[in-house]
Every structure is written in C-alpha cells, then in structure tokens.
Write a protein that binds this ligand. Structure first.
Ligand SMILES: [Zn+2]
Length: 314
C-alpha cells in the first residue's frame, strides 16, 4: 500500500473538469466558434484557435481506442494495483482520454468495445478520477475500486493556491521569500531503490550497495543513498508552494545554480522537502525563477540536498 500516489492538481483551466467529476458528471470543453470538442482542457480551440470555449456535460459514453496491460508499476506507489489496464479512450465526441479500465479481466478487453465512465472515489475529500469499464458492468459498484488503498494525499489538490500570471511582474517578485514552504509528502528511500539507481547510473560503489561491508567499514554504519538519487526524487515530492504560475506556453528546467549534499540519507530513511522562491528575473527569453529546494531526512534539521533549481517560463 502506498501513501504517495501522485494526484492531479486542478489548475485554473482544468478545475471545471475535476469539479465535474466530484459531482459525477463528465464535463469537456467545446469551441463556440467551430463546435470542435476539446480535451485536455485548454484556453483556446486547437482547431480554429478561438479563445471561446464552453464547458459542456457529456454522457461519458466511449469506445476503447487502445490499451496495454502493465505488470510492472509505472511508479512503485502503484504496486498494489498490478496488473493495471492503461487505456486510450475515445469519447463519443471524438476526443481521447488517457485513463485506466477497472472491473474487467484482461480477456474481456477488446479494442473498439463500448465503455462507460466510473467516477472513482480516491480520497475522503470527494475528489474523483475518471476511469472506465465495460457497458455491461456495475459502474456504480466500481466507484470504490481500490479506494481503501488510496489514502488522502499530503498535498491537497483542492486547496486554493494563489494564481499568478507570468506577466504580473510585481506579483512574481512578491513570491521571493526567506521562509520555506510547508513540507511535502514523504518518500521512503530503501535499499531496493538505491540498488535500482546503482544499476541505472552505473555507480555501484559499495557504500551504496553492500549493506554488510558498509555496516563494518562505512562511517555511516550502513549504506547510504546516492546524492543524485535523492536529488531526482524531488520529482516524487509534491512541494507545497502555495502559488501557481499561469499564462506561459512552456516551462523549462534550466539546471541548478547550486547543488550540495550536506548530509547523508541512510538506506531506509524517509525524506521530505520544502522550498522557497529565491530569485525572479526577467531574461531575454522569458522569466527565470530560482527555487531553492531542500530535501531532508525526516527529523533532521540539516538538509541532505540543497538544490537551487532554475526554471525558465517562456
Ligand atoms: Zn474552434
């Protein structure tokens, strides 16, 4: 069972979709200028570029366009859902949605089969995900499929976050702070994860991979995670930044101004992170935001990773 399944975060643009699911309704956008149906949620119509979209309720009636069965979790957090039927589903309006099928045996799944929506309960706050099942199945009974195994995420998708438009220079500058955000969710860095990273990176030095030898000879009394592993695990830590930047067409990870590994992460440790905006600058190509992300072992004041990440919004 996992506490860290990533959950969608509603944005200004996508919020009506997620609110619709809470009310067990499928809402998608339609262009008022050319009637084109639009999914995923956008500001403008991809067919005619009109900025004139309306949200409309549809039945959720759909056809299976494509699927695959995954037996290896796409993230370790999904290990309790294996095997999972990942699918591309075509709504009757013609738009396609990536989701998964529930309540179906693999042998029952065929491309072109008719599907109905399942408004899957995923937490105690009323958030729902849109899944699908066969039209002969009990969609209402499948709403709680896996629900007991999906605890409330630490960072709450429903929490209102300050929306800041990229062209609002003063508001962007006001994000700069000496104070760190609240802590993110937590991730366990166990030996299996360290071994997997050793294999991937080729860095299989014994202080990471040989618990017996490390117990006897390492100054840390056991194996420790690679600094680079702890750094990239930031992707699994949902930072509670309290703001959302809107109105950009692309966001690029430009690297780090400063990267330090001040404290070890012993195998089996639980880590979490917090962040603060250190700098915001207008550059030729866009807006450059420097985020200081500090990752700590739970209970340690001294960070294990200090990463001053530079993000460019274009
Ligand atoms: Zn249009």
């Amino acid at each position: 069972m996992s506490n860290n399944k990533p959950m969608p975060v509603a944005t200004e643009i996508s919020a009506p979709f997620w609110e619709g699911l809470k009310a067990e309704r499928v809402l998608i956008q339609q262009c008022n200028a050319c009637s084109h149906w639009v999914f995923y949620p956008r500001r403008h119509c991809p067919a005619c570029l009109a900025h004139d979209l309306s949200w409309r309720e549809v039945s959720g009636g759909a056809t299976l366009y494509s699927f695959t069965v995954t037996r290896i979790p796409t993230l370790p957090d999904f290990a309790d859902e294996m095997p999972q039927i990942l699918a591309v589903i075509e709504l009757d309006q013609g738009v396609r949605i990536n989701s998964n099928l529930v309540g179906l045996d693999e042998c029952e799944v065929n491309i072109g089969m008719r599907l109905q929506p399942v408004f899957a309960e995923v937490d105690a706050k009323g958030n729902r995900l849109l899944r699908f099942t066969g039209v002969d199945k009990d969609a209402a009974g499948l709403k709680t499929w896996g629900a007991a195994e999906q605890p409330v995420p630490v960072s709450e998708p429903g929490v209102a976050r300050r929306q800041i438009a990229l062209d609002d220079v003063d508001a962007l500058q006001s994000l700069i702070s000496e104070t760190f955000s609240p802590w993110s969710n937590q991730v366990v860095v166990d030996q299996a994860l360290i071994d997997a990273f050793a294999q991937l990176s080729g860095d299989d030095y014994w202080i990471h991979t040989d618990p017996e030898r490390a117990r006897k000879h390492s100054p840390f009394g056991g194996t420790i995670a690679h600094g680079a592993l702890v750094q990239i695990l930031q992707s699994r830590l949902q930072l509670n930044l309290g703001y959302e930047i809107t109105g950009f067409s692309n966001m690029v990870n430009y690297g780090s101004n400063r990267l330090r590994f001040p404290a070890p992460v012993p195998a089996g440790s639980t880590i979490h992170a917090r962040a603060r905006v250190k700098q915001v600058e207008q550059i030729k190509s866009g807006t450059q935001l420097t985020l200081e992300i500090n990752t700590h072992v739970l209970g340690n004041d001294r960070p294990s990773v200090i990463n001053e990440l530079v993000i460019v919004y274009l």
